[in-house]
Design a protein around this ligand. Structure first.
Ligand code: ATP
Ligand code: MG
Length: 569
């Protein structure tokens, strides 16, 4: 392409409402334009990148037997009522109505539609396993659309679904998909990690997220420094704490006036927070109040808490007034001693349960206990993992210590089991001729998000530095005085043709602009290679070749340039 005939929509100024580098660069390089909150158009340069990403995904999914399909964006309400998600999906679901007031949704995901296809097309175990995928626009009415296409309302997703006669077959395909995802993100040149994840509202048991490592990521990832263990912080566990030491102190009540926080109590008593226990009161099942106890220096993990059978989901904290009214307990001074007698079920975090001689509230205003010991002074109730891990915790596989980093979730794979096939009655006949519910897997990639994530990892102060496989063009030809020098024009046109004939995607910058402007734009849009053609070089039989990743250019003889570009592509 010639820039004079291309919509090269670069801009100098950062867009006003942008927070992230990737968001700024995508607008400045002319990849996208915002139409409305969380809704974007892809301009020609951006669309080329999108197509590159889509084709890498297509290629790797085809290799593991995936078949591409296209399902409708607009899906009838009845199908969502059948799965129960018309009510349960929440406010992210965009509901729309036709002229006859019939309800529809603009698909945020396609489990319902694919399961409908499965129940009508699949009859027998002989047709299984089967993997179908599509690359398509989704709409989720995100409460806070932000970071450009990273968290938008309309976005492009690759969603794949697999169908199986049993769990063993599901696990096999899940494993193949996991490997295919690793290949996809490796080909894209990304620094990523697969991490164990909580499977959340989609359901099922086993799930992994593919996270691109970046400080601006919204997710917190936990890794072992000595093994492959990696998990999202929602899911990560530390190794079991050491056995409970024997008590060495007597129980003593101490006055702690105006010390409602762990920090103020521990300062007042001159104790480390790790020797104290704090209480969090939450709604339990059947309207009960449940007391959760954690070590003073640890943070509650909401997801782990709401997974506990005694705790109501979604997690809801009981406010101070309700604590006072229904339980007659002083907020800020609640502890486990005597609590079970008040009929409050207790769940103690594993690390809190491994403390001896600790400090806790005395269930009286301005009073705490010190020297408290489980069993001797109070009951432990249930023991569970309730906390977020912290950097330095021992890895649960016994190898190394845990580290924490930020990540951008670009892919998510789930073993769904029979959640949707049961809800929608998608059955097939097994080998014994008996009808059984299909087992399902589902596998997403944020196609638009992964482009923003790649830019977060690959940019410098001059602009985007595309990994080769994602670049909209492999090489930019920048001629000096193209419109004045016949020699420059002839060589430029010849090279432009030869490179295209060799299958290279070339952008020829033939605009009547100063060289500085041309160089700045080609750097901004991040083309991996640049070839500069000028009179002086022609006199010496050479051209300038430069990689976007490098500072200096090299002189290449005119005869060798096509080969040099091909080799670097
Ligand atoms: P998140 O936790 O980021 O909201 P999710 O769990 O809702 O993601 P999935 O339902 O698993 O996401 O969707 C599959 C993939 O689609 C995600 O891994 C992510 O890359 C992408 N994705 C999800 N929501 C958005 C969005 N609002 N904008 C852009 N991409 C998204
Ligand atoms: Mg989401």
């Amino acid at each position: 392409m010639r820039t004079t005939q291309y919509l090269l929509a670069t801009v100098k100024e950062d867009p006003a409402d942008s927070e992230l580098i990737s968001q700024k660069l995508m607008v400045r390089a002319g990849l996208i334009r915002k139409l409305s909150s969380g809704i974007f158009s892809w301009l020609p340069l951006g669309f080329r990148v999108l197509t590159k990403v889509e084709n890498i995904i297509r290629d790797e999914l085809t290799k593991v037997g995936g078949m591409e399909i296209k399902m409708p964006n607009v899906q009838p309400a009845e199908l969502w009522q059948e799965s129960g998600r018309w009510e349960l999906y929440g406010n992210e679901l965009l509901k729309i109505y036709d002229r006859a007031e019939r309800g529809f949704v603009f698909g945020p995901t396609h489990e319902e539609v694919i399961t409908d296809i499965a129940r009508s097309e699949l009859r027998s175990y002989k047709q299984l396993p089967l993997t179908l995928y599509q690359i398509q626009t989704k709409f989720r009415d995100e409460i806070r659309p932000r970071y450009g296409v990273m968290r938008s309302r309309e976005f492009i997703m690759k969603d794949a679904y697999s169908f199986h006669i049993d769990d063993a077959s599901l696990e096999e395909t899940y494993h193949a998909m996991y490997q295919a995802y690793c290949k996809i993100f490796t080909r894209m040149g990304l620094d990523f990690r697969p991490v164990e994840a909580d499977s959340g509202a989609i359901g099922g048991d086993t799930s992994h997220e593919f996270q691109v490592i970046a400080d601006v990521g919204e997710d917190t990832l936990v890794f072992s420094d000595k093994s492959d263990y990696a998990a999202n912080v929602e899911k990560a566990s530390a190794a079991l704490p050491a056995a409970l030491p024997a008590p060495s102190q007597a129980l003593e009540k101490v006055a702690t006036p105006d010390t409602k926080t762990i920090k103020s109590v521990c300062e007042h008593l001159n104790l480390p927070e790790s020797k104290s226990i704090k209480a969090l009161l939450v709604k339990g099942q059947d309207d009960a109040v449940v007391a959760l106890f954690l070590r003073g220096d640890h943070q509650l993990n909401d997801i782990k808490a709401e997974r506990h059978p005694l705790v109501f989901s979604p997690l809801s904290f009981v406010n101070e007034a309700d604590i006072k009214a229904s339980l007659d307990l002083p907020a800020g001074f609640i502890g486990p001693v005597g609590l079970a007698a008040k009929g409050v079920p207790v769940i103690v975090d594993r690390d809190a349960a491994a403390l001896a001689d600790f400090c806790c509230g005395a269930n009286e205003v301005d009073q705490h206990f010190v020297g408290v010991n489980w069993q001797r002074d109070c009951e432990t109730g249930e023991i569970a993992d309730l906390r977020n891990v912290v950097a330095g915790d021992a890895s649960p596989d016994g190898k190394g210590a845990l580290q924490i980093k930020r990540g951008i979730e670009v892919g998510h794979i789930f073993q769904l089991g029979d959640k949707y096939s049961k809800a929608l009655g998608a059955n097939v006949l097994n080998e014994q001729g008996k009808g059984v519910a299909l087992k399902m897997g589902c596998y997403g990639i944020g196609v638009s998000r992964v482009i923003a994530a790649a830019i977060e990892q690959h940019h410098d102060d001059r602009g985007i530095v595309w990994p080769k496989a994602m670049a909209p063009f492999q090489v930019a030809i920048v001629p000096m005085n193209y419109h004045k020098s016949q020699r420059v024009r002839e060589l430029t046109d010849k090279l432009y043709q030869e490179l295209q004939d060799a299958g290279i995607e070339v952008l020829l910058d033939d605009r009547r602009e100063r060289p500085g402007v041309l160089f700045a734009d080609m750097d901004l849009i991040g083309i991996p290679q640049r070839v500069v053609i000028g009179e002086r070089g022609i006199d010496n039989g050479v051209l300038e070749h430069k990689l976007r990743t490098e500072k200096d250019n090299s002189e290449v003889s005119i005869d060798d340039i096509v080969q040099t570009v091909i080799q670097a592509s």
